[in-house]
Design a protein around this ligand. Sequence first.
Ligand code: DGL
Length: 279
Amino acid sequence: MNHTFKPIQPIGIFDSGIGGLTVARAITKLLPNEQIIYFGDTAHMPYGEKSAEAIKHYAIKIAEFLKFKNCKMIVIACNTASAAAYKAVVKSTGMKDLIVNVIDPAVSYVVKNHYRQRVGVIATKRTISSNVYAKRIEALDPVSDVVQLATPLLAPMIEEGFYNNKISQTIINSYLSKSKLSKIDALILGCTHYPLIKDEIQNFYGKAVDIVDSSEIVAQYVKEVLEKNDLLNENKSKLFSLAKKSQFFVSDYTQSFEETSKIFFDEKVKLKQFNIWED
Ligand code: DGL
């Protein structure tokens, strides 16, 4: 038996706000022995409306904070930041394979499961204008047909608690009825808020379309990378209480964020304010 002492290190996860908690939740469900340090940049959200330069600046600083917190891996749980800042974060941290973005695992999934089919993507304006999904899918599958639609109302709608009701279904139906998205075989939910409206999207299409929820796919990928690098927390008895000690930081605390965080994480989350931009 191998008794080598392995220091316990958390997984760092960040997003522009609290939407990335859907990814944190999927990781926690799949890997309950892992401790999470989450950072939501609520002071600067929404990233979907910001320039790529601004997002890079924020993301590098947050990754530095998570590295300082001794995180063994950093998950960029935001499509917008993954599109704009993934390479910059890899370079600035030097953590290479231990920086995970939410785009590539979803791209691998659709190329494997929907090869040469018509794939739709819905996301923020910044993610869609970066063309990142189309570029990465086409790099692996040049004859694929990727169609993309910016759906900027959806993230704020969900944050305001409008999901699984008539209003949300009307807005969702109105976006999904656009001719651009007609005859698709799969739809990538290209924003970490969207797993909350997955059922409503599935209702719109029925079973004909595969709704790709990257939070679950990313959690699976995180597990594989940790296994490959021998970084998985396995000793349940010792680590159980530590896993419970996950921490959730935001750059701007409000009561409303704390309340909304429940809908993304399934359970109450205690948010702590931490302004990493203060000297
Ligand atoms: N969580 C972000 C994403 O996945 C969307 C919210 C924002 O615009 O900041 O793209």
